[in-house]
Each structure stands twice: as C-alpha cells, then as structure tokens.
Design a protein around this ligand. Structure first.
Ligand code: ARG
Length: 260
C-alpha cells in the first residue's frame, strides 16, 4: 500500500501548493495492473513489464495526458485490484464480454483475437472436437477456460487450470496435458520462438472472435478520456507503428472501429 501511494501520485508532494488548480498539470500518475506472463502481449524482460499491450497503453495514456506505472500483479488479482479501485485500469489482453461488463467498464476494443490450440507436432488433435477425452491445460478464468467448459463440460476433470498461461504450457510440455487453449498471438508466438519444441497451432472456427479492451472500475471517469485517446492513436498512426513493431504486419483498424 505504501508503495502504491508513493508511486501513484508524486505530484501530491509538489512544491507549488496551489498547483492543483490547473487540470492539465495535475493529472495523476495512473496505476495500471497486468498479468505479465503472456508474451508478446505483456511479459517481463529483465525485470521490466513490456509487450504490445504495454506500448499501446503507454501511448494512449500519454495522449490522454497521464503518467503511468505498470505493475505485474497476476491474472486473478487484476480483477480484485480493479473492483476495489486500488488500480485505475488494467491492460492484459482482456476480452470484452457480457459477463465481465456486469462488474467492470471497458474501453473501445483495441485488438482482435481468438482462441487457438497449441499441441506437440504429430498430435492426433486436429480440431477442437478432437480435444474431447483429452487433458487440456488453460489459464484459470480466461475465455480459453470458458471455451473448454463449453466443449468438455464445466468442472470436467480433463480441464487443467493454471494461474498463468506459461504454467499451462509447461504442463503440456511435461506430458500432463495434450493441448493448451489460449489466445492466438500468444500460442503462435510461443511455437515460433521455440522451434526446438516442435509445436503446432490449430485454429478452429468453433472459437469465437474476441476483442480486447482496457478494463476499468465500474463508473470510472477515465473511460471517456481513454476512448478518445484510443481513437486518436488509431487514427494518427501510433497504433499502426506499435502493431508493426510487435507483429511485423499492418493492423486492421477498420475492424476495430466497426465494433465501437
Ligand atoms: N483474452 C483472454 C481473456 O480475456 C485471456 C487473457 C489472458 N491474459 C493474460 N495476460 N494472461 O480471458
């Protein structure tokens, strides 16, 4: 708590006394939480939280006039931090869905995604249907888990749930699961970056198209400002630049704008 208070509003100790009058000068430093175990979207590199989402939210916050402090807290804690308003917002490849909308607010969609299946090369799993009767590793509380609940049955002992996605992948690699189901960018990047592990990614139209949003406490006054800033970075080329840096190709901005 001390660190939080300390890190989030250095201006409070500012020297100007009456400086709080000017809105533009007194915007506070926002506390942003994430689960930095989801490369290339958010992960830790030499103790620093980096990734597409991190570059994105920094650009958006800058556009909106805020300083930020990005903190890795883990997946489940994100929702606790936001619900209790201890954090101002979260960015963590969080899919916008009706369930979450009941308890949180989301920004405009900023990224399109879908679940895919990661398997060892030569696996007899070729589709989502083939997962039936197999052990599948997922990150607890994600849309990957929800997809497996729907396919294999809620509470099926075949669904192995992990606190973070890297642990789910490790479970498959050690033979405890036949597949991992998670967001396409993440499983594709993992298979590509680990050629020695001989992994294959399978897509299946059974998995929904999803959109990520920035997560806020319900009723947060930041939502409108951030939506405007998101539109600005989508339109002024900043989003495209960040997207190309991480994925090497052009984003489809129209598909994002159509969702607004
Ligand atoms: N998009 C999925 C969801 O919202 C998975 C996100 C997991 N994010 C992470 N940083 N581990 O459920």
């Amino acid at each position: 708590m001390f660190l939080t208070a300390c890190g989030s509003s250095p201006q409070d100790e500012g020297s100007e006394g009456a400086g709080n009058a000017e809105d533009t000068e007194t915007k506070k430093t926002l506390r942003i939480v994430t689960d930095a175990a989801y490369a290339p979207m958010e992960y830790q590199d030499k103790g620093e939280v980096v990734g597409f989402d991190i570059d994105f939210i920094k650009a958006v916050a800058k556009e909106a006039g805020y300083e930020v402090n990005v903190e890795h807290v883990g997946w489940d804690p994100i929702f606790v931090e936001i619900e209790s308003k201890r954090a101002d917002l979260a960015v963590s490849s969080i899919t916008i869905n009706d369930d979450r909308k009941q308890s949180y607010d989301f920004s405009h969609p900023y990224f399109q995604s879908t679940n895919k299946i990661l398997v060892p090369e030569g696996s007899d799993i070729k589709s989502a249907e083939d997962l039936k009767g197999k052990k599948v590793a997922v990150q607890n509380g994600t849309t990957g888990q929800a997809a497996m609940d729907a396919l294999l049955g809620k509470n099926s002992p075949d669904i192995k749930k992990f606190e973070d996605n890297n642990l789910a992948i490790m479970e498959m690699e050690s033979g405890g699961a036949a597949a991992v189901v998670a967001d396409n960018m993440v499983v594709e990047e993992y298979a590509k970056n680990n050629p020695d592990k001989n992994l294959t990614v399978i897509e299946d139209s059974a998995f929904d198209s999803e959109f990520y949003g920035v997560l806020f406490p319900k009723g947060s006054e930041l939502v409108g400002e951030f939506n405007d800033a998101i539109n600005a970075v989508l339109e002024n080329g900043t989003y495209t630049e960040i997207y190309k840096k991480w994925f090497g190709n052009e984003p489809n901005i129209d598909v994002l704008k159509e969702q607004q």
